[in-house]
Design a protein around this ligand. Structure first.
Ligand SMILES: [Zn+2]
Length: 77
C-alpha cells in the first residue's frame, strides 16, 4: 500500500509504503517523519512496517527498476 503525504513545512512530497504482516496483532500508531526536514508530518495506525522516502527518491528507484527489467529482457533475447 502506498500513500502520498506532502510535508506542511518544506513542501516535499513523501511516499509511504506500508508492508503489512501476515498475522496481525493490535495496530500501533507510528509517527511519519519527513525525510527532508525531520518534521512529523502524520500519524498512521500500522501493523507491520513502513518505508518512507521522498517522491524524488521513489521515482528514481522506479527508474532503476525499469532499467533492470529492460536488461533482463535483452538477456533473454
Ligand atoms: Zn519536510
Amino acid at each position: 500500500m502506498e500513500k502520498e503525504i506532502k510535508c506542511s513545512k518544506c513542501d516535499v512530497e513523501t511516499i509511504i509504503i506500508e508492508n503489512r504482516l501476515f498475522f496481525t496483532e493490535e495496530r500501533k500508531v507510528a509517527n511519519i517523519i519527513c525525510p527532508s526536514c525531520n518534521t512529523k508530518i502524520a500519524e498512521e495506525p500500522i501493523d507491520g512496517w513502513f518505508f518512507i522516502q521522498t517522491k524524488e527518491q521513489y521515482n528514481f528507484q522506479l527508474q532503476i527498476d525499469r532499467q533492470k527489467e529492460e536488461i533482463k529482457f535483452e538477456g533473454i533475447i
